[in-house]
Design a protein around this ligand. Structure first.
Ligand SMILES: C[S@@+](CC[C@H](N)C(=O)[O-])C[C@H]1O[C@@H](n2cnc3c(N)ncnc32)[C@H](O)[C@@H]1O
Length: 209
């Protein structure tokens, strides 16, 4: 699904990238629009690539802003779960070109091991460059999320836009002892699973319904 002009104008405007993202999400809601993965990806990548280019050209921003947290409180919710996990070894699945959630986790947990996983080569290359430029000490891995061996990790955070979350969550719970945080509704119940209602569907697109 190509990005309609209204949305292109927003993502290519002078608006701060995260504000442009939030405006697009508001438009999707007010249009009650059916949005597929490609449409979602174009908006998210327009935002994250602009942040990544800014970080690469201008250096570390004043602060890392979780622009995707439309309701507020998501970071505190993550901390309330992860603060209880000792010797954190975190897999962040679906890091994207600018894995700001991993950057926020790095600030909260300076001693933690953190690995960002992504199956998109542009996201992998850009995030690796930003992490190196900002000296954040985060590993990156270019692969399909379902292919990863999660047994070394004691915490796994799954981004809203990750596709195949149901199957992925089941595999992680089965093959590891990790605490799992997933942003999005999945059809799984488990005492180690924490779900955040993100408005994103199982295929990683913005849920229209
Ligand atoms: C754009 S990011 C959003 C995360 C955001 N940067 C943050 O810090 O919270 C979502 C990423 O998930 C990746 N992704 C989606 N499905 C995936 C899968 N099945 N395996 C690996 N990566 C996936 C996409 O390539 C995309 O880069």
């Amino acid at each position: 699904m190509p990005l309609p002009t209204k949305y292109l104008d927003i993502v290519l405007s002078d608006l701060e990238p995260g504000k442009a993202y939030q405006k697009c999400m508001q438009e999707i809601a007010s249009d009650s629009r059916d949005v597929d993965y490609g449409f979602t990806e174009a908006i998210v990548y327009a935002t994250e690539v602009r942040y990544a280019v800014d970080a690469l050209t201008k250096g570390r921003p004043d602060h890392f802003w979780n622009f995707g947290d439309l309701k507020g409180g998501a970071d505190d919710w993550h901390f309330s779960i992860l603060d209880d996990v000792k010797n954190l070894n975190i897999a962040f699945v679906g890091g994207g070109p600018y894995p700001v959630s991993a950057f926020i986790l790095r600030e909260r947990y300076p001693q933690a091991s953190i690995t960002c996983i992504d199956n998109h080569i542009a996201a992998h290359i850009l995030s690796t460059a930003v992490i190196e430029k900002l000296d954040l000490g985060i590993a990156t891995c270019f692969t399909e999320a379902i292919e990863v061996d999660y047994s070394p990790f004691n915490a796994v955070v799954i981004a809203a836009m990750v596709s195949g979350k149901d199957e992925l969550v089941k595999k992680i719970l089965e093959k590891s002892s990790a605490t799992v945080i997933v942003r999005g509704d999945v059809d799984v119940d488990h005492d180690r699973l924490h779900r955040l209602n993100s408005g994103f569907d199982n295929d990683g697109s913005v849920g229209a319904s």
